[in-house]
Design a binder for this molecule. Structure first.
Ligand code: GTP
Ligand code: MG
Length: 539
């Protein structure tokens, strides 16, 4: 065997190995980002002959995958096999005539497919399949859930309806890649990568795209330069603080997107926030985007959640149900405020799963023990090392059903001593609160920070009250009766705001209980729980 054959065989073995095991977070990011670079977006006429479109495009190169979606008109995402097919397409297309529009000389990867004679050219086409980019509203989900045979299958149903699709993920990476094209006008070695719920396995259709500008290659380059006698005054001026550099970079990128970014509208620079960012709406893909500058710790948080999400199918099912439940009851909100964020809520679910017996997911300290040399990362003095190869983590022996886990989640946090204790995911233990914030969840990496510092006492009380009510509903429901009466049951019953029909429901619940003793017992339980609610949350 020649050395190149041997290298080829080694590569093939590695490919086979990667395809049989779960990919690491970095492998997924690299693969998806590379895929996005070979991708273009095409606005299509309403009446479209799919075959013709693909035929035109094929003259520029092989199409690896494609799909259509609706976003103020039909769009096609086209993934070519080779990147240079895009150059070929860009060279062959026309640009709007300068008499009508002032053209900014920037070759984008957004195209419009126009037909000289739309009617005849579209003839022979069948309606294209449109891939959904949004989930169905909760009110339409509830009747579907009622047909399931267990709470567990209801939870998987919700997951299937809400989770990001393959197509939506491709579109998210494409949005980042299109922003990167702009960023490179200023910073040739920069990349733009998604983080947060777009990549941590907990994103739902319709959620924002958190993206960061990364100068990773620049830093590598700088390290290399240190070996020689020269120091390069690279592209950046020397600035007195990293924060100021971040603010200046985001400010110019924000202006650039505002002035020249096709389909980038509503640009808001939020440069004085703790984590400076630029918000904008990317019309071409339909996403609301938050662009920040590389924040290694936030990326590590995304990777940690990715690992937890991949370890056991129950993890994502529980997170999706809890997030949906929290949104319905106004415990979370799309705008920032004193309420619990989806990020904190996800960490609460992770903590709960660490506390099961046997645990469903390992603690962060256990993941750190499994880390090898290449997993070692110290960021800003904080040790952020943990194992990245999923196959090194032993599967859990816990076999509890999601029916049990959902009910116990509400019970656990309905009775949690928030006044005294905090949630520490590194140790997987409740520990004394280091300060008096109503809800204290240790930042897994920056151990002196509380990720839920924003949550105030009334919001925590509301969370505890709704959790208790939910635990109560699950414990006392009679699925057969509810199915006969065509009333929502299980998870479906929890996705209806309690305030609305609460009084009549409570009455109904009481009617169902025959014995006077049980009724008074329940009354006293509710009374006790009201008292202990005040105690638990520190009133
Ligand atoms: P949704 O967008 O609500 O679906 O969830 P998300 O996880 O993407 O949350 P969000 O867009 O608010 O934030 C994006 C990422 O920033 C999160 O996944 C975290 O990695 C990080 N992040 C958000 N809030 C906090 C916080 O309070 N503390 C820390 N340390 N990181 C945060
Ligand atoms: Mg987000």
């Amino acid at each position: 065997m020649t050395s190149s054959q041997a290298a080829g065989a080694e590569e093939a073995r590695e490919d086979a190995e990667v395809s049989t095991r779960k990919k690491t977070f970095t492998e997924v990011q690299t693969e998806r980002s590379e895929q996005a670079e070979r991708t273009v977006l095409i606005k299509c006429p309403q009446k479209l002959n799919e075959k013709k479109l693909l035929q035109y495009l094929s003259s520029h190169g092989n199409i690896k995958s494609h799909f259509f979606f609706e976003n103020r008109g039909i769009h096609a995402l086209i993934e070519f096999s080779e990147k240079n097919s895009i150059d070929s397409l860009q060279d062959a297309v026309g640009v709007p005539s300068a008499a009508e529009h002032h053209v900014v000389p920037f070759k984008s990867r957004l195209f419009t497919f126009t037909l000289k004679n739309p009617v005849s050219q579209a003839a022979g086409g069948t309606p294209v399949h449109l891939s959904p980019q949004f989930h169905i509203p909760v009110k339409d989900l509830i009747p579907k859930l009622c047909h399931a045979d267990s709470i567990s299958s209801q939870m998987y149903m919700l997951l299937n309806e809400y989770q990001l699709t393959e197509e939506n993920i491709k579109l998210r990476y494409l949005a980042c890649s299109l922003v990167r094209d702009f960023a490179r006008a200023y910073f040739p070695d920069s990349t733009v990568k998604p983080f947060g719920s777009s990549v941590n396995t907990f994103g739902k259709l319709g959620c924002d795209v958190d993206m960061f500008l990364d100068f990773c290659d620049t830093q590598k380059h700088a390290t290399k330069m240190k070996k020689g006698p020269f120091e390069m005054e690279y592209q950046m001026k020397r600035l007195p603080s990293e924060r100021l550099a971040t603010q200046k970079i985001l400010s110019v990128i924000g202006d650039c997107l505002d002035n020249f970014g096709p389909g980038c509208i509503g640009i808001q620079k939020i440069l004085n926030a703790r984590c400076p960012l630029v918000k904008f709406s990317h019309q071409a893909t339909g996403f609301q985007c938050d662009l920040s500058v590389s924040n290694s710790i936030a990326i590590k948080s995304s990777e940690l959640l990715y690992i937890y999400g991949c370890l056991d199918p129950r993890v994502r099912a529980l997170v999706f149900s809890v997030r949906c439940w929290a949104r319905v009851h106004g415990l979370t909100n799309s705008v920032p405020g004193t309420w619990i964020t989806n990020f904190s809520l996800t960490m609460m679910v992770m903590f709960f799963l660490q506390r099961r017996s046997p645990p469903i997911i390992p603690t962060l300290d256990q993941l750190k023990e499994l880390a090898d040399e290449k997993d070692k990362h110290v960021i800003g003095g904080y040790d952020c090392s943990f194992v990245t190869d999923l196959s090194k983590i032993k599967p859990t022996k816990n076999t509890e059903t999601l029916d049990v886990l959902l009910g116990d989640f509400f019970e656990y946090f309905g009775n949690f001593d928030f006044r005294r204790n905090s949630l520490n995911l590194r140790k997987g233990k409740e520990v004394n609160k280091p300060e008096s914030s109503p809800l204290y969840i240790w930042n897994p990496f920056e151990q002196d920070l509380n990720i839920s510092k924003n949550v105030n006492q009334p919001q925590l009380e509301k969370f505890v009250a709704v959790a208790r009510e939910s635990a109560w509903i699950l414990q006392n429901e009679d699925k057969t009766q509810q199915t006969i009466k065509k009333e929502p049951w299980g998870l479906a019953a929890l996705l209806i705001p309690f305030g609305k029909s609460n009084a009549s429901k409570t009455k109904n619940r009481m009617k169902g209980i025959g014995s006077e003793t049980i009724r008074s017992l329940l009354d006293s339980l509710k009374l006790n729980s009201a008292n202990s609610l005040q105690k638990a949350v520190g009133k």
